[in-house]
Design a protein around this ligand. Structure first.
Ligand SMILES: Cc1cc2nc3c(=O)[nH]c(=O)nc-3n(C[C@H](O)[C@H](O)[C@H](O)COP(=O)(O)O)c2cc1C
Length: 326
């Protein structure tokens, strides 16, 4: 499979784990990297929170050699602060600095950050230009199709991003107004690809080998970025890779393999965040791991009563021993 090169960083292939707040923490990224993601993206981090030394951000910025290459995503709207932070974190162990221009959440957008930046092309140029000048790492930007259906400007914004010195642009084919609903528009990804010469990463609705292949063919994009379909399914990267190379989608992992991975995930998360937080965060991951399993709704209900790691590991083993199956 082709490897995407972003600035001086050669990724392992052209399948990228999308940044997802609350999901793509270090343990989940390690699993995805091991299972074939060519680049993994961290959860978005507020530039202002780093500036004010918010305790959480140090933990969020933690990386591991085994996951690299890894991309750190900043959000913010003040070019000076963004550049200052880019410089300040320049010696940390991450490979690519990404700027968030796609987040649709009201508390971000109402602050003029995330996808709100797409309404201000001048500001986009200033932020990207200043961040590029402030760091030695390749800078990428993640954008949407536009702010709403009357303001579809991904092509104009991507050109500005390229002109300001960014090394790649990721395009999610939905407007801010659409949030995560409706079908992603891949046509806009194709139009961005025609308009710029930096690598273009396509994003939105890739769920398996067939859809990844179709996105690559229909848009000409250089890499595909996978978000929601990776939840509870870190194997998606290897499976898509195999499909792209052989035309055959491998069998999904057995229930036993899924349980082993979920247990490993729970242990890693406990090491990183402590048992109290890890067990609570694992409830949603377990829900995703058992998606498609007959009886998964009762598993999702029952996992919410679990409060300790030993109980969670036993709960997972009991699923393996039960009659449940995919
Ligand atoms: C729970 C959740 C959290 C997300 N957090 C981020 C984020 O921190 N930064 C970002 O650029 N995009 C974020 N996204 C958007 C995804 O990166 C991606 O663009 C979107 O889910 C579409 O891709 P998909 O169809 O493969 O899921 C998030 C999406 C979800 C569902």
């Amino acid at each position: 499979m082709k490897r995407i090169r972003i600035g001086n960083i050669e990724c392992k292939n052209s399948l990228i784990l999308a940044p997802m707040a609350g999901i793509t923490d270090l343990p989940f990224r390690l699993l995805c990297a091991r299972e074939g993601a060519g680049l993994v993206c961290m959860e978005m981090i507020s530039a202002k929170a780093i500036l004010y030394k918010n305790r959480n951000t140090e933990e969020m910025m933690k990386t591991d050699e085994r996951e690299r290459p890894v991309s750190l995503q900043l959000f913010g709207s003040d070019p000076g602060i963004m550049a200052e932070i880019a410089k300040k974190i320049g010696d940390k162990s991450f490979d690519i600095l990404d700027i968030n221009m796609g987040c649709p959440m009201p508390k971000i957008v109402n602050n003029g950050e995330g996808s709100a930046l797409m309404r201000d092309p001048e500001l986009v140029s200033r932020i990207v230009g200043e961040v590029v000048r402030a760091t030695d790492k390749p800078v990428t930007v993640k954008i949407r199709k536009g702010f709403d259906k009357d303001h579809v400007n991904a092509v104009e914004i991507a050109k500005r991003i390229e002109d300001a010195g960014a090394s790649a642009v990721a395009v999610h084919g939905r407007t801010r107004e659409q949030l995560y609903e409706g079908k992603a528009d891949w046509e806009i990804i194709a139009r961005v690809k025609e308009a710029v010469s930096i690598p273009v990463i396509g994003n939105g609705d890739v769920t398996d080998g067939e859809s990844a292949k179709r996105m690559l063919e229909e848009t000409g994009c250089d890499a595909v970025m996978i978000g929601r379909a990776a939840r509870g399914n870190p194997w998606i990267f290897r499976n898509i890779g195999t499909f792209l190379e052989t035309g055959k989608e491998p069998e999904r992992p057995s229930l036993s393999e899924v349980i082993d991975t979920a247990k490993e995930h729970a242990k890693m998360l406990t090491e990183e965040k402590g048992e109290y937080i890890a067990v609570r965060e694992m409830r949603k991951h377990v829900g995703w791991y058992v998606q498609g399993l007959r009886g998964s709704s009762s598993i999702r209900r029952n996992v919410c009563n679990i409060t300790t790691l030993p109980d969670l590991l036993k709960f997972l083993d009991d699923i393996r021993e039960s009659e449940y199956n995919f």
